[in-house]
Design a protein around this ligand. Structure first.
Ligand code: AMP
Length: 211
């Protein structure tokens, strides 16, 4: 697992300030690492009789389709609104500001299909929960689990998926370390806030001393 962890890259402040973007492209560029990730997923799910891997747009498509090939099953695409032709089911979910929607074609699953949901990153869990609600509400299927390449532990997305078996290849303890070592802005902010705190503490102490 460590080689996968080492090759992942964090882009600070992308796509907006404050977000530590988990860039999985170095894994995709490397046949060795990409195939390592797919083999690890395969090892976990090979004996679970999965019928369909439900892949969340867009990076879920990449891992899901390779995994489905290895498991010998098909994929279903869970896409942002307006991308899928024909009759679709829709699920709208809350974002920090506003709402978003996911859709799936109405013939994406057969009755009693055993389904694995996949995406690249588990952050707050809102997207994965919406995908789960979308397909369990509209189809008579069994969810075997939800799986991710990487889980951002600090955001506790698992808590939104409480009753569903969740499996992530990588977790974010190391991510925090990498963030600390790669983000100059982080160091700058840390030093500034420490100075400000020290100054304000100093102020409080001198006031209390003078009382
Ligand atoms: P969430 O609904 O918050 O769990 O977000 C999950 C979706 O947003 C996934 O499809 C991820 O690809 C993407 N995402 C969220 N946060 C990040 C991040 N820090 N780095 C990369 N992708 C992210």
């Amino acid at each position: 697992m460590s080689s996968l962890q080492n090759i992942l890259r964090i882009i600070p402040d992308f796509p907006k300030p404050g977000i530590q973007f988990q860039d999985i492209n170095p894994i995709l560029r490397s046949p060795k690492h990409f195939s390592e990730s797919i083999k690890l997923f395969e090892k976990k799910y090979q004996n679970k009789s999965i019928d369909i891997v439900a892949c969340i747009e867009s990076r879920g498509f990449i891992f899901g389709s390779a995994l489905a090939q290895n498991l010998g099953c098909g994929i279903a695409l869970i896409r942002k609104s307006g991308k899928l032709p024909g009759p679709v089911f829709k699920e709208t979910y809350e974002l920090e500001y506003g709402t978003d929607s996911l859709e799936v074609q109405s013939d994406a699953f057969k009755n009693n299909d055993r389904v694995l949901i996949i995406d690249d990153v588990l952050a707050t869990g809102g997207t994965a929960k919406a995908a789960y609600d979308l397909i369990t509400y509209n189809f008579n299927i069994t969810i075997i689990g939800i799986t991710f390449l990487l889980e951002l532990n600090s955001l506790d997305g698992r808590q939104k998926l409480n009753d569903i078996p969740v499996f992530s290849l990588l977790q974010t303890d190391w991510h925090l370390f990498k963030t600390l070592t790669t983000s100059k802005k982080f160091y700058f902010d840390l030093i500034c806030s420490s100075i400000i705190r020290a100054l304000s503490l100093g102020g409080k102490n001198s006031r209390s001393l003078s009382l």
